[in-house]
Design a protein around this ligand. Sequence first.
Ligand SMILES: [Zn+2]
Ligand SMILES: [Zn+2]
Length: 331
Amino acid sequence: MKALVYTDVKELTFQDMPDPILRDGENLVAIRSVGICGSDMHAYLGHDERRPAPLILGHEAAGDVIDGPMKGARVTINPLVTCQTCEECKSGRENLCGKRQIISMQPREGAFAQLVAVPTQNLVKVPDDVSFDHAALAEPLAVCWHAIRLGHQALDVNLATANTLVIGGGAIGLGSALSLTAKGAKKVKIAEPNPMRAEYLRENTDYQVYDPFKQGHGDLSQYDMVVDAVGFATSRKDACALAKPGGVIIHIGLGDSSDGLDIRRLTLQEIRFIGTYTYTAQDFIDTAQAIYDGRFGTLEWVQKRPLSDGANAFAEILNGSIATPKIILHP
Ligand SMILES: [Zn+2]
Ligand SMILES: [Zn+2]
């Protein structure tokens, strides 16, 4: 098969690779659409010690099952392979499984390839009238859906009247805004400092988008929920200042690891800070269904390219010349 292999820091090579060998209960999926994630970018820059080269990255994928128990099905892939037997898995919190493996992290090669091996429990069927490009968005949108579900649970006020802000207008930021809308929020703003990306969001979505660096965030203490889809010290600091007393901060971004939290304000104002990571198996299924039902809107905020052009796509994302929140590669 052909695959886009991460061969060294900032180096991706489109090359021949051996076909995956199926283990018991696994399916061979012919990948039709696979998205580029911020975490793929992180690995490409050599910043993820869990993903050393050489490795096939890519975990946001959909395709046709061509061999194995689900042969013939159109599927989207939940890339979290979990043990199904530990306390976390049994209580439906598979994302916290201590034995969790992720497609695109050893020992599992990723989906920037023509073929990938996937256990049956990780496949969700896709109806014929839903495109693989849309189905491949199930993974990043599930991250958002899960985060907003946790935020909604913790919120004391009605989401329909809640004032909400998403910091960051990339795929996870936009997906969080769309998840808020899908769950009934009416007041959703997005803070995005990249002018090209902000302009893209203004033209292609109904959200109010502003530049937090140039315009500032406006009044402090104004939001019932703040979603930090960036995760840097500055965005955490802003989130702490912008949340209302009794409000909720949802932290998804993995920008950096320390600083920014105003623990005193979080404590005295009972602001709930919730870290969230990936999704449960049920969140993934619910997200896929929400895509099929059109609850995330048209999902046309993607740019499509052949997998063979993947190295250029990474380079362009890195130099900031791409406004679209998501690039989908076609093997
Ligand atoms: Zn991802
Ligand atoms: Zn487990």
